[in-house]
Design a protein around this ligand. Structure first.
Ligand code: ZN
Ligand code: ZN
Length: 419
């Protein structure tokens, strides 16, 4: 028995190694096919590179709590060799049009994104009454969100809530005998930028109450700190649904910072969450990767670059996402983004005035041009062939004309309405 067992064992391991060798060959072929697909998607080149494009799916600019302007973020990404970049400011997409301009110069594929503040309160008996902040990343097609007025209304509500929240934190600090001036907080945030906790932290440093932003957080502003105030955020599951309604992919940001990840991830999975961040500045987070596998969620990540200029901050592009993970993300994103493009064509068809059509809400590579009574909605130069046919088919269905135009050397699709 023992001999037979041994024999069958050695046979099966032989079979296994033969199978393994074949699998490895398949894996290598899949990987190189993924890299070719990604690099052509990333740079629209006819001769794509054999190396995976460098990416960063999580960055901030000075339009939220980052320190570099959107164009500076893009320039820095270009300097670091990044070919696919998502700008994901907190609760605003105001930086996207500015980043797009710079990205077009460098031929970087910019993914319009936003990191939406939300909250999660578990209904379990044990955790009842405990609410924690949650950040959900949204990623849109190169043309930006559909139903963008709905998205903008929610983001505006959160931003306005930030003013109220920051003021409440200033009051709490006053009662803790650590006064800071409201005007200083606003000045640090910058003109028109909704104040965030790091701005309050910087005001605490400037007033001499603490030596660093880190100390401000650890002593006063962390989620259990004496000066912490919750914001006007919506439940995280509602935010996931809003992202899908507006044609985006929903990704849970930095799950390793959560106090109660399990009930949250379960709830968000039910709401349709697509992925969770797993790849971060110092590598892959093993625990988050296990959660992703357990809940059948895709794995994504990025540097969460803010441009603080500190030695420990990982630079843009410093987090690598495996080519196969990125390809899986894009494969799932493609039909969702295509649906958003269809909705954008429909919105254009239904619009009744120039003002409607050229509205300030568009946060993607898309614009309206009027030539002799013809209103043209020009779609992004970054559309894939598949996306171009989605736009053309939808235009045809709605009885709109469409034509191919040349924009800065790229072939674009224009959908036309005659007034
Ligand atoms: Zn965050
Ligand atoms: Zn972030």
């Amino acid at each position: 028995m023992a001999g037979g067992g041994k024999g069958s064992h050695s046979k099966s391991s032989k079979q296994k190694s033969k199978k393994k060798g074949k699998t490895r060959g398949n894996d290598a072929a899949r990987l190189s096919a993924a890299i070719l697909h990604l690099s052509s998607w990333a740079n629209k080149s006819r001769h794509p590179d054999q190396t995976p494009p460098r990416t960063d799916f999580h960055t901030h600019s000075s339009l939220s709590d980052g320190f570099l302007s959107p164009a500076e973020v893009v320039n820095r990404a270009h300097r670091n060799g990044v070919k696919v970049l998502a700008l994901t400011d907190h609760d605003t997409m105001a930086g996207v049009p500015l980043a797009l301009k710079a990205a077009q110069e460098h031929r970087i594929r910019l993914i319009p994104g936003v990191e939406i503040s939300a909250k999660f309160g578990s209904s379990s008996q044990q955790l009842r009454g405990q609410e924690e902040p949650v950040h959900i990343l949204a990623y849109y097609s190169c043309c930006g969100p559909a139903h963008c007025k709905d998205l903008e209304a929610t983001l505006l509500q959160i931003r306005e809530g930030r003013y109220i929240r920051a003021q409440a934190m200033v009051q709490k600090l006053e009662s803790l005998n650590k006064p800071i001036k409201w005007d200083d907080v606003l000045e640090i945030a910058g003109k028109g930028v909704a104040p965030c906790r790091p701005h309050v932290a910087q005001a605490l440093v400037a007033a001499g109450h603490v030596n660093s932003v880190e100390e401000a957080f650890s002593r006063y502003l962390n989620n259990s700190g004496p000066a912490y105030v919750a914001g006007a955020e919506q439940p995280a599951a509602d935010v996931v649904r809003l992202i899908h309604w507006t044609g985006g992919m929903a990704v849970l940001a930095h799950p390793w910072t959560l106090k109660h990840p399990f009930p949250l991830i379960e709830r968000l999975k039910d709401a349709g969450l697509d992925a969770i961040e797993v790849y971060k500045s110092d590598g892959k987070d093993a625990v988050s990767a296990e959660w992703a596998t357990a809940y059948e969620l895709m794995k994504l990540g990025g540097s969460d670059f803010h441009g603080r200029g500190t030695l420990d901050e990982i630079d843009i592009g410093g987090t690598s996402i495996p080519a196969l993970a990125m390809l899986q993300f894009l494969t799932v994103a493609q039909p969702i983004w295509s649906s958003a493009l269809r909705l954008i064509v429909q919105e254009f068809a239904e619009s009744t005035s120039v003002h409607d059509m050229d509205h300030e809400y568009w946060k993607g590579d898309i614009f309206v041009r009027e030539v002799e009574g013809r209103f043209c909605l020009v779609f992004s130069a970054w559309l894939t062939d598949e996306e171009k046919s989605v736009v053309q088919n939808e235009a045809r269905t709605l009885g709109l004309m469409h034509e191919v135009t040349l924009e800065q050397g790229f072939e674009c699709i224009s959908v036309i309405k005659v007034s």
